[in-house]
Design a protein around this ligand. Structure first.
Ligand code: PEP
Length: 253
């Protein structure tokens, strides 16, 4: 089945307003007229609305880097789905390995975020991935299954088709070590099968599964040529307009 490619730039904790506006404008320029793929930027919360102005009418979409499940209230340090929508966001990254590892977010909390995003009409991008120890210990599929099953608990099929999954092996994030295309494809196929078992094959065939972990201009083409890789979640290389442009304009090889 043909799925529309999705290229996501995760800016993490980088960019002041000025940097963000320049970067967004440069990226938006290269996306004009792109009709066969989606581009989504996830800047820090503080620059989301300025970036929304910069990309208005260009087709570039925006995401928050995390999201709470409540509309408002006493949740210091959090951002609500309504705030994300208000700032121009359409999606939210949830369960990024930096949230799991540094801030100890667990599968239960991450599931609340996924369901919270969906309840307010934001597309959740649920990240999953194993650590190096888990891979070397032969635990990859077990960990991924746990993260997917608990992350998606309570998500109905109609919402699942809108949900994006991202396979990001922790050992490949920000390390310059990319999973080989075969390693990535193997886990992506596993995830699609798992989703087919949890929902229906038709749902699994529709969902987009992104790969993330040191995606660069020189590896994107081979990754995108894999049957079950529908896009990329890019960190470091998305902070440079030229390299992200090359990633956006991948050619399958
Ligand atoms: C990420 O931010 O999710 C990521 C994969 O980062 P990098 O591309 O720098 O490895």
């Amino acid at each position: 089945m043909k799925r529309r490619p999705l290229l996501v730039g995760n800016w993490k904790m980088h960019t002041t307003v000025l940097d963000a506006c320049h970067l967004a404008a440069d990226i938006a320029k290269t996306c004009l007229g792109l009709e066969d793929r989606d581009v989504l930027l996830a800047p820090p919360f503080t620059v989301l609305s300025q970036v929304a102005h910069m990309v208005a009418e260009t087709g570039v979409l925006l995401a928050a880097q995390n999201v709470c499940w409540e509309a408002q209230g006493a949740f210091t340090g959090e951002i609500s789905p309504l705030m994300v929508l208000d700032a121009g966001g359409a999606a939210a990254i949830v369960g990024h390995s930096e949230r799991r590892q540094i801030f100890h977010e667990d599968n239960v909390l991450i599931n609340k975020r996924v369901r919270g995003a969906l309840a307010f009409g934001l597309v959740p991008i649920l990240c999953v991935g194993e650590t190096l120890d888990e891979r070397e210990g032969g635990q990859t599929f077990k960990i991924i299954e746990e993260q997917i099953r608990s992350g998606l608990a309570g998500v109905v099929a109609a919402d699942m088709v809108e949900t994006v999954l991202a396979y990001e092996p922790v050992w490949a994030i920000g390390t310059g070590k990319t999973a080989t295309k075969e390693q990535a494809q193997e886990v992506h196929a596993f995830i699609r099968n798992l989703v087919a078992g949890m929902y229906e094959k038709d749902v699994a065939d529709q969902i987009r599964i992104l790969y993330g972990g040191s995606v660069k201009p020189d590896n994107i083409d081979a990754l995108m040529a894999q049957d079950d890789i529908d896009g990329a979640l890019v960190g470091g290389a998305a902070l440079n307009a030229e390299s992200f442009e090359r990633i956006i304009h991948f050619h399958k090889i």
